[in-house]
Design a protein around this ligand. Structure first.
Ligand code: DON
Length: 561
């Protein structure tokens, strides 16, 4: 039984944060400071403690991931998955840990269709049938065992302590819980964990997650088997099946992290490293930047520049819909897609004074807030982690398997339930991203590094389909000579091919720009609120200085020390 009572965030800080160590002397090719930017101050503080205790960036990534799983339950968790992009300083080795969820073995391409052959609304979003097999627990074990220096018992300890001690509800938690209230109430274990007497908790109420603490402890004690076998696995499978899901013990036992070669490309003087499939992030970024390079974006200003960026976005997302999915299941012409020659073909029909037309297909629009999470870490040796983690929708499927404390994802909705039918982010897909047993669903999560003679950047954001264009805006801001504080706050606009519209934040376009873009034929859709929650770090290699910033749209924090 979970309990809720009042406590202050400050009190928790004092319990969890130790004194920071002074920085040592600057070594050549090493940053002058460590840095962490994450979506929650408790996660940033816990990650600092891990680094100060002798851990490296990979150990800190375990701590930050696990603490976020506890204190941002609407965003990510051990019932979900993600991508951890790593750079090891000692030999320059770079890899993407693919901890993406997989479809259960009993899943099939028509899983969410009714007898009439039409998609059943909500089935891939709410409840146990929406949940894919989680990857985050396996990824944390892999990170610790292969790249870390500290035992999981140590790096998971802050998350376990927070799950036991609780954290206070804030306004954002309350907003997300309100949005998912009806579905949280349908899962008694979720309601006990995240609500107060089955109703919306008040700001300041304490969320205690005792079952989750036990599951995290099993992971700390037994590694992979602590989650994917034994009593935790049995409770997960029994709970999911009793609620209409299709998981089996074999699904859990078979889950493995995959190490993937990241996607690499250049823009100007920068070399950019980003997420590999099954995230579309790296490929879509490469296509957009290659088009912008082909168009010589730096020679344009103002609304002309914005028009070209929109047209690059449109074309890259068209390729996403047509070609991208899990490369372990389908052949994808990746080298062609990220080649400058392909970009030149795509750029050939861009007109400066006229918007192109995406095929008219209906699309819908989810409210893409700050669920899903990103963090960036740099340690004093120059090791880096850029990680974006998710359970998909706010509070995922809103289902907790009884006795586990594990809130399950609804990542199955990132598959294309039917060709041309949009998912909650309005994204369409085709055969390449159709559901198949054991397949990983296409993602937009884009943990990214940029590197040039001047410096190294680590950045990423949540935001559903808009993640990739947010990272584009961040890197374009960097290319203009701006720093992390600007990258994370720059106003954002977005086009994703379908629906055929430019979505934009209140400050992203002036009245004159709106009129101008409309006169070129763009359909403009103002958003009522801001979106995204970027976390970024920059290491200036000539001075050694490190700067970091957390998106002002969120409640996160950045620390450099
Ligand atoms: O993997 C993806 O692309 C999505 N599941 C991410 C969802 C997300 O960022 C929601 N945030 N607002």
């Amino acid at each position: 039984m979970q309990m809720i009572k009042k406590v202050s965030l400050r009190g928790l800080f004092l319990c969890l944060t130790f004194f920071l160590l002074p920085t040592a002397s600057i070594a050549v090719e090493q940053p002058a400071s460590s840095a962490i930017a994450s979506a929650h101050p408790l996660a940033t503080a816990a990650g600092q403690d891990t680094l100060n205790a002798g851990g490296n960036a990979f150990d800190a990534a375990v701590t930050v991931s696990a603490v976020l799983a506890v204190v941002e339950p609407y965003s990510s968790g051990i019932g979900g998955g993600g991508f951890w992009l790593l750079h090891r300083a000692s030999d320059g080795f770079e890899v993407m840990l693919d901890g993406r969820e997989r479809a259960p073995l009993a899943a099939h391409r028509d899983l969410y269709l009714g007898p009439d052959g039409k998609v059943i609304d909500g089935l891939s979003v709410n409840g146990a049938l929406a949940a894919a097999i989680p990857g985050e627990p396996a990824a944390l074990v892999h990170l610790a065992e292969k790249y870390g220096k500290l035992p999981l018992k140590q790096t998971l300890a802050p998350a376990i302590a927070l799950a036991k001690m609780g954290f206070p509800v804030d306004e954002y938690y309350q907003k997300m819980a309100k949005w998912r209230l009806q579905y949280l109430q349908q899962s008694p274990a979720a309601a006990a964990q995240f609500l107060s007497n089955n109703e919306l908790p008040a700001v300041g109420d304490l969320i205690l997650q005792l079952d989750l603490a036990e599951t995290l402890q099993a992971l700390a004690d037994q590694g992979h088997a602590g989650f994917y076998a034994g009593s935790v696995a049995k409770k997960l499978v029994d709970g999911v099946r009793a609620a209409g899901g299709i998981w089996s013990l074999k699904d859990l036992k078979n889950y493995q992290v995959i190490e993937r070669e990241p996607v690499r490309f250049n823009y100007g003087q920068m070399s950019i490293t980003s997420a590999a499939l099954p995230s579309s992030g790296g490929i879509v970024l490469a296509i957009m930047f290659n088009i912008l390079q082909e168009m010589e974006l730096e020679t344009y200003q103002g609304v002309d520049r914005k028009h070209l960026i929109i047209e690059a976005m449109r074309r890259a997302y068209r390729d996403r819909a047509q070609y991208l999915g899990d490369s372990d299941f389908i052949d994808i012409p990746q080298q062609r897609l990220i080649s400058p020659a392909h970009a030149a073909e795509l750029a050939a029909d861009i007109h400066l004074n006229k918007a192109s037309i995406s095929q008219p297909l209906s699309g819908q629009n989810a409210e893409e807030g700050r669920d899903t999470t990103h963090f960036s870490i740099l340690d004093r040796e120059g090791n880096r982690v850029s990680a974006t983690l998710s359970i998909n929708y706010p509070f995922g499927s809103a289902f907790v398997a009884p006795g586990t404390g594990v809130l399950l994802n609804d990542e199955m909705d990132d598959f294309s339930a039917q060709p041309g039918i949009p998912n909650v982010y309005g994204l369409v897909g085709g055969e390449a991203n159709a559901i198949a047993p054991g397949k990983r669903m296409l993602s937009s999560m884009s943990p990214t590094f940029t590197e040039s003679k001047q410096g190294v950047a680590i950045l990423g954001s949540p935001g559903g389909s808009r993640i990739i264009t947010m990272v584009l805006h961040g890197i374009l801001s960097q290319a203009e000579g701006e720093g992390p504080t600007d990258w994370v706050k720059t106003p954002r606009f977005h086009h994703q091919y379908l629906p055929d519209e430019v979505q934009f934040e209140p400050m992203a376009l002036s009245e004159a720009e709106i009129k101008n873009l409309q006169s070129r034929g763009h359909q403009l859709t103002p958003l009522s609120s801001q979106y995204g929650n970027m976390q970024a770090i920059y290491w200036n290699k000539s001075s050694g200085n490190v700067t970091a910033a957390s998106d002002p749209r969120g409640i996160g924090s950045a620390a450099v020390w």
